[in-house]
Design a protein around this ligand. Structure first.
Ligand code: FES
Length: 149
């Protein structure tokens, strides 16, 4: 059987805090729990390091979905960073919805360093959701799309 059209795969950006979610991703890897290769992890010191503009920039550069993972509320290495992140993302997501971006394209998840299985499950589920939604056509900068070809 010959494939005539290249199978479309979503581009997913996952911002993971260093102290919990990135360690959770590491645990998923060392436990041989798989998650899709479409997920590109960006390690940040804390979830509150993620400026909402980073997420807009990711969409501008061609991301189809963006997920922010951090420590569980109350467990942030910097005490309250994830509370700030949660508030910022709530504001950003309502703005994105106003701009016509489907709410399912963005997500916040709390994943601890001991939750490799959760990390794997969350990423598999998120990639499936974005694959079902299809390519993101909003906010994309055409100049960036041309440079990615
Ligand atoms: Fe993980 Fe702050 S260090 S959310």
């Amino acid at each position: 059987m010959q494939m005539t059209q290249k199978e479309w795969k979503p581009k997913i950006v996952a911002f993971c805090c260093n102290w919990c979610s990135y360690a959770g991703a590491d645990l998923a890897g060392s436990s041989r729990l798989s998650y899709p290769a479409e997920v590109k992890i960006i390690r940040v010191p804390c979830s509150c390091r993620v400026n909402p503009l980073f997420i807009l920039r990711a969409f501008q550069r061609g991301a189809d979905g963006v997920i922010l993972c951090g420590c569980h509320p109350g467990d942030c290495h910097y005490s309250t960073g994830n509370y700030y992140a949660r508030r910022r993302m709530t504001m950003l997501f309502s703005m994105l919805s106003f701009l016509g971006i489907e709410p399912k394209r963005t997500r916040v998840e709390w994943v601890s360093a001991a939750e490799g299985a959760k990390f794997s499950a969350v990423m598999n589920d998120f990639v499936k959701t974005i694959t079902d939604l299809g390519e993101n056509v909003k906010l994309g900068d055409l100049r960036c799309k041309e440079s990615l070809k």
